[in-house]
Design a protein around this ligand. Structure first.
Ligand SMILES: [Zn+2]
Length: 147
């Protein structure tokens, strides 16, 4: 069986699952590899970009970072690939990149739910510099706090 050498996720034959189930592993024939999530993180493969804008990002920064982290915890338990690659903040703007589309969509929805405002989702990756292999679709999520 395959175990990720970085995050210790285990491959159950179909998908990667968290290492919480590692004690169940009785098979001694373990192959250490890099799971898909760790590969995407290493290669900085972006499938989702979330642009956030509003004073709340500055005013309640710690709370918001906690919320983002919590969202990642919840989602990655359901899907090993629902992960955040990077978070950049500049005053009242924040940009988050994710390694799958779902994570980006969930973050956008969470901001809309918590702080209202305006949410826009597009599959158009134009405007992003240079990245993007052919055939790979990025989701772009924009959330803006209501004025
Ligand atoms: Zn891994």
């Amino acid at each position: 069986m395959k175990v990720c050498r970085k995050c210790h996720a285990i491959h159950d034959g179909k998908k990667w699952v968290p290492d919480a189930e590692l004690d169940k592993v009785t098979n001694n024939n373990v192959e250490y590899v890099l799971c898909e999530a760790c590969k995407r993180k290493r290669d900085k493969v972006v499938y989702g970009i979330v642009y956030l804008e509003g004073p709340v990002l500055q005013d309640r920064r710690d709370e918001i970072l906690k919320m983002i982290k919590k969202e990642e915890d919840i989602e990655s338990r359901h899907n090993h690939l629902s992960r955040i690659l990077s978070i950049d903040q500049n005053k009242n703007q924040m940009t988050i990149t994710t390694i799958n589309q779902w994570m980006a969509l969930q973050l956008g929805k969470q901001f809309k739910k918590t702080f209202k405002g305006k949410l826009e989702i597009s599959r158009d990756a134009s405007g992003r510099r240079g990245r993007g292999t052919k055939g790979r679709e990025e989701v772009v999520v924009r959330w803006k706090q209501a004025a």
